[in-house]
Design a protein around this ligand. Structure first.
Ligand code: HEC
Length: 168
């Protein structure tokens, strides 16, 4: 569900010839530089995950980290909506000690109208070598991402991290 108050932000892409598309190479470059300063890690110690990963860290575009930290799972009743360009990178670890890195899952907010059924998020699973395993607009192979994130419809399909696990 999109909030009326955020419409002016999201409508900036209207009239742009490139509206409605994602530059996957550009986003991939951003993702692979997740630990180079543009992102804020929102959790403290690596957390257990519903994803196929023993532990995860979650990194959010610095400008949107405060928005992410407003989410208080499993209560999604206080609305949160992310701006176009926001990227959330989940760093997967294969072991509970979080020493074996195992790629990423990603949500990147596209322009208004990019993916109306998926709140305009681009969804991807990225391999450790930087290649894209799966990507899309919430249809096809990325439908399962949206389905599982659906409980967070009030917070822009972003499920969040328990406040007890937030970075200090
Ligand atoms: C089995 C249900 C499930 C599936 C399938 C799933 N997710 Fe998630 N996802 C979660 C949960 C629950 C969280 C919250 C933190 C956690 O448990 O890791 C989450 C968190 C995330 C986050 C961090 C942002 C947030 O919501 O807090 C990203 C990014 C993400 N998922 C991407 C994806 C992508 C991309 C796919 C598909 C390739 C996907 N997820 C499929 C359940 C799922």
């Amino acid at each position: 569900m999109m909030l009326a108050g955020f419409a002016p932000v999201l409508s900036t892409a209207c009239g742009d010839a490139s509206a409605g598309t994602i530059d996957e190479d550009a986003v991939l470059g951003e993702i692979l530089a997740f630990d180079q300063g543009g992102f804020t890690k929102v959790n403290a110690a690596p957390v257990p995950s519903a994803h196929v990963a023993a532990r995860v860290d979650i990194w959010v575009t610095a400008a949107s980290a405060a928005l992410y930290l407003q989410i208080d799972p499993p209560d999604y009743s206080t609305p949160v909506a992310f701006p176009e360009g926001a990227t959330i990178v989940k760093r997967h670890f294969a072991d509970e000690a979080a020493t074996m890195v195992d790629g990423f899952t990603v949500m990147h907010k596209g322009p208004a109208g990019y993916a109306p059924a998926a709140n305009d998020w681009w969804w991807a699973r990225v391999n450790e070598d930087g290649s894209i395993a799966v990507s899309g607009d919430g249809g096809g192979e990325t439908q399962l991402c949206v389905d599982c994130h659906a409980p967070a419809s009030g917070t822009d399909l972003v499920l969040g991290v328990d406040p007890a696990d937030h970075a200090p």
